[in-house]
Each structure stands twice: as C-alpha cells, then as structure tokens.
Design a binder for this molecule. Sequence first.
Ligand code: BGC
Length: 320
Amino acid sequence: MLKKVGVTGFFALFMLNAGLMLYFGRETFQVTSNAQQPSRYSYHFVLISEEVDNEYWRLVEKGAEAASGKHNIHLDYWGPKQANNEDQLTFIDKAIASKVDGIMTQGVSSDTFNYLVNKSVQKGIPVITVDTDAPDSVRLAYVGSDNYLAGKLAGETVIKQTSGQQKVGIVTGRFEASNQQLRVKGFKDAVSSVSRIQIAGIGESNITKSGAIQATYELLKNHRDITAFYGTSALDGLGISQVASLYQQKKRPFIIAFDTLPETLTLLNKHKIDATVAQYPFIMGERAVETLFAIKKGAYPGSLQYTKTDIMTNLKGSHP
Ligand code: BGC
C-alpha cells in the first residue's frame, strides 16, 4: 500500500515538474505558438523584432498579421524581452531549426547575423529584413524606411524650423543598430553645411523611455547650452520631452522626435514637441509578408522595398 502511494506521488511530482519545465521554457523564449506548422496553413512565417513588447513593433506585427490572414499564413511573432542582439540571433537560429517557411527579421550588422542568414537561405528558408536592413547579408529583400533619408529629413526640418545658433543633443536608440546610425548620419550630413547648427553630443536610450530620460539628463548636464534635441527611435522623443519640461522650463528646446505612437502625437498636439519623423510600421509588416509570400511563389519582388517617411510638424510653430 505504502509503496503504491509512493509511486503515485512520484509520478504526480514528475508530471508537475515536466509541465512547469514546458511552461517556463516557452515563457523564456516568448514563443507564442507551436513552432510546428499545422498543415492547414499555406506557409509558416516568423517575424523577429528588436524587442517583443515595443509599441512600434506591435504595429509591425499587426500589419504582418493582416497580410498573413489574407493568404492563410501561420505567423509567429518573436523577439527579445529587452533589445539585445544575442537573443535576437538565438531566435533566428531557432526559426531555422523549426524549419519555418520564411523569416522576416530586423537586420543586425554582425558576422553572426550574416552567417545565420546564409545558413537559412542554404536550407531553402528565405530571409527578408524589416525596419533595418543588413545589406551585407544574403537576405532576399528589405522592407522599411530609407533610414538615411529619414535622418536627412529630420535635419532639414531643424534647419527650416529654427533660427539663430542651435546646439543639438541627439538621443539615439542603440549605437550598434544600423538604422539608428543611418538616421544620425543623415541628420549630420543635412546640417553640416549650416554653421549656426552644431551637434553638442549624443546619448543612447536602449530604445526605452526611461533610457531616453537618462540620456537627455546626461546630455543637459554635460552641455548646458543645448537648444534642440533630436530623438531617433520611437520612445526617445517622450523621454526628451519629459526632461526638457522639467529642466528647461523658461525656454524649452526645439524637439524633433521619431515615429507617430499615440503619446508622441499627443505631445505634438500639445505643442510639447515640434515635429516627428513619421514611419509606417503597419505597412512595413503588411508589405514584408506580401514580399515573402511572393518569394515563396517564385517571384522576385526587388531587393529594396522602401516604405514612406515624412515629417509631421506642429504647424502653429510652438517653438518659442
Ligand atoms: C525604429 C525601430 C526601433 C523602435 C524602438 C523605431 O523608430 O524604427 O528599429 O525598434 O523605434 O522604439
């Protein structure tokens, strides 16, 4: 009898343990559904973002979902909990191991990324980049903004909308992300011939609002004469605006942000920022799936698929 109870108890414990292992394994890697493709779908695609819960990436996901629905594609959306190249690369490798039919991922500038894209394509799994390109890899196409041009547009807006000497503080998402580098380069190139506009310094937000607050605060501490700020990723403008309204109350700096997340548009309407560079993440997601679907069907849609970027300003000229 005792022996029977012992065996049953052991079995129950074993099952509980196995269940917990499965559950937490899935949680750790944010795998939202089974990697095995159910055969009722036409294809199984994976979208890999810079950060899974970032509001901007959720819009890319929504667009990808909309297009997947149209073509009966099974879509998985994966990404690191906090922006991190290593985790992102692990997700790519995992998608290859899962034998998905196609991968859409933010481009990463690294040899490991190029190696993984090569490995994937060799195995017959096409890869396209979304939002950030990796032109040195063998990805089949890029869908997203022309990030250099977007940076230029931001620079031209500062030239147009300000007068007199300007010292610009730049808050950028991640120094190692090539879309951020291009946005900074485009901006610098645009203002380089205008001597009244100088770059005071640059700080990194790690694509979070709290990081942007910290970076803005550091910039202001080291360069008290800053008169303008440029935020190059979706949450940077929010952090800049929060610090600027606390520390530069008398004459707030000119602020140009990136993206059109609801909070950014509210700040624009309230005249707390002056302009923002609009990107179209929903369309990026939609077009990425359409492009990958076309590739699967044997078409070659062209390697550079730029989506629109434009400037939204606060036309009343809020900047004092
Ligand atoms: C960029 C993305 C980035 C996001 C972060 C966007 O402007 O295009 O690459 O992940 O900002 O919030």
